[in-house]
Design a protein around this ligand. Structure first.
Ligand SMILES: Nc1ncnc2c1ncn2[C@@H]1O[C@H](COP(=O)(O)OP(=O)(O)O)[C@@H](O)[C@H]1O
Ligand SMILES: [Mg+2]
Length: 283
């Protein structure tokens, strides 16, 4: 990541979609013994998790169990939070993202993030999409083409093609969120992290984002945090259930309880805490 990176050779269109029923994930991103702390507070502990190539993985669990904290550790977004520290390894194509010489800016280009509340810049639609390629100095033969491609990929082009110079803030919430996805895609990431991307949207806008995720899956690896179990069941190939535990000092922390194919997690959970959560007993 410290040098100009290229798309990894595995990330090609020709790669066949696997039947997620039959294979364990072929990890693009892996957590090995990951702890995330805020100062002395070890908020999330000992996470081992693989995020599979061209799969959608959902992180579910009760509020405050550390889903966002874990998600931010996957692209070094926690670096921006004072006092936050990540221990253990986060491997991206076998490279430790927290290793020496890794450039966090490059990490965040290759592992993009979409937030809970759509956060377009107060700029034109066009400039929002062109922003990343411009600031990262991406060499592009035609910025117009790149903007069109990203907006098309984000299922927004038809709605905005006649007002590209108009303010992004004039768009509806759902359109703004698709614009944020277009902005993320424009810098050609491998992975897209989404932290409750639909929680500020109405059901119709939500279903458009869910459809969009399905269409993006063939080209990207997606990790989505959602508090909405139905959403996880609808969109994710695999699901990781996290919950809050209490240690011997009485301190609460987030831990991974169970990880598996979404159908297994929802239909045949192995751990009682998972079945209690998905049946609505807590959370
Ligand atoms: N910036 C922060 N500083 C200190 N503690 C934080 C910070 N962000 C989150 N936490 C704490 O970490 C724990 C996990 O929070 P979070 O990752 O936001 O959970 P979730 O996304 O599952 O709701 C909570 O106890 C929360 O209060
Ligand atoms: Mg959260």
């Amino acid at each position: 990541m410290s040098t100009e990176s290229h798309k990894p050779s595995v990330h090609v269109q020709a790669y066949h979609r696997r039947d997620v029923e039959d294979f364990p994930p072929q990890p693009v991103l892996s957590c090995e013994g990951v702890d995330v702390s805020y100062g002395d507070f070890r908020a999330v502990r000992n996470i081992d998790l693989d995020f599979g190539l061209n799969e959608i993985t959902a992180l579910i669990g009760p509020s405050g169990c550390g889903k966002s904290t874990l998600l931010r550790s996957l692209n070094r977004m926690n670096d921006l939070i004072e006092g936050a520290r990540v221990d253990g390894k986060v491997l991206f194509h076998q490279q430790d993202l927290y290793g020496k010489g890794v450039d966090p800016i490059e990490v965040r280009r290759r592992i993009g993030m979409v937030f809970q509340k759509p956060n377009p810049f107060p700029k034109s639609i066009y400039d929002n999409v062109a922003y990343g390629p411009r600031v990262t100095g991406m060499r592009v033969s035609s910025m117009d083409d790149l903007v069109e491609e990203a907006l098309t990929r984000a299922a927004l082009w038809d709605e905005v093609k006649d007002k590209l110079k108009g303010s992004a803030l004039g768009l509806s919430g759902g359109q703004q969120q698709r614009l944020c996805i277009a902005r993320t895609i424009a810098v050609k990431p491998d992975v897209i992290l989404m932290d409750e991307p639909c929680s500020a949207l109405d059901p119709i806008a939500t279903s458009r984002i869910e459809d969009l995720m399905q269409s993006l899956r063939d080209d990207y690896t997606i990790v989505i945090v959602t508090h909405n179990m139905q959403q996880a069941a609808r969109v994710a190939d695999r699901t990781a259930f996290l919950t809050a535990q209490v240690d011997e000092h009485g301190q609460r922390f987030g831990a991974l309880v169970e990880f598996g194919r979404t159908s297994q997690i929802f239909e045949r959970p192995v751990d009682e805490r998972t079945s209690d959560y998905i049946s609505g007993k807590f959370g």
